[in-house]
Design a protein around this ligand. Sequence first.
Ligand SMILES: *Cc1c(COP(=O)(O)O)cnc(C)c1O
Length: 399
Amino acid sequence: MKVPFLELKPGYIELKDEFDAAYHRVMDSGWVLLGKELEAFEEEFAAFSETKYCVGVANGLDALHLILRAWDIGPGDEVIVPSNTYIASWLAISYAGATPVPVEPDLVTYNIDPARIEEAITPRTKAIMPVHLYGQPADMDPIMAIAEKHGLRVLEDNAQAQGARYKGRLTGGLAHAAGTSFYPGKNLGAFGDAGGVTTNDPELAEKVRTLRNYGSKVKYYHDIQGINSRMDELQAAFLRVKLRHLNTWNARRASLATAYQSALAEYSSQLFSISGFQLLPTVPEWASPVWHLFVIRHPQRDALQKHLAEHGIGTQIHYPIPPHLSGAYSTKKMKDSTPSSISRVPSPPHTSSSLNSSSSILSLPLAERLASEVLSLPIGPHVPDDAPMLVRQALDSFL
Ligand SMILES: *Cc1c(COP(=O)(O)O)cnc(C)c1O
């Protein structure tokens, strides 16, 4: 591969001295869990996110799940979530015992369409979980207005968008709480699993802090049933190093995105005039994305992926199977085992639905369509500058 989709090692090499110093600092301290490094990282990430609190946990799934747990959202409750997200957003809801209720995306931004949210609200709805997908902020103002009108809480899934801004404000501080992931491939990634909750609500922060450590505030006194979801000192120390470089690394992603937009502009307008396809991502004027992924759409997606691979360009699909069609949520499995199911949302009148009333499979045509059309091009702080040009050259010989 001339341009691999993702490589983690160059990030280590670039900051090797800082990572190695962090490693020695932790090992020399003799303290490996819930110590000074985590405390310092929590303070620094809260400051970065412009929120009052950050609570470090073991991964992004737990961050989202523990927010729901802290709000006492569980069996019998519904949480609205995008139909086209990574399955972890849905699983966090199921893990809490509640029911994910999918809402379809806006096909221009790929984020949850605020205009479709109200029709999905029922008396059981407790919260809305917008996802800042691919590093682009969801349209939060209308979402917060709907939530306020119906007395709902809002938690951002900020796993893909650390550093992104919506109307000048940072994601992770736009709602009542946010869960984020420091999975190695994320914009701010550890060398293993880690996650975090950001919020301005002191009670929520305190409850998540207790829940992540077996429901204990004082060792061996367990007031509530918590879980074990601690971020270890080594990961916190490594993340403190990377956090200092996050804005610089996000800026490198942004300059690659700009280069892709101009290198592919001509091909894009040709494709649009032939097929009406929007190849390139669209950024609304109120959004400053952080380009976790650079996602294009193409009618011959699978052939294009193969063609790019033959030209040495690695790509991936985010995501090939929408959650409702995956085994985890397909109707058959739900009947077999799990008490929490997906709620059927009545099809809005403006979409033609393939749902036939006797069929028990949920139909979410926009998520299904995107799953067959999206393709992620290499983007990241260590992707070579000539990647956009190489993609453009490969496209010259496609079709
Ligand atoms: C990565 C991711 C998660 C889960 O994070 P983990 O740390 O892998 O548990 C949740 N939501 C989205 C949108 C993600 O991309």
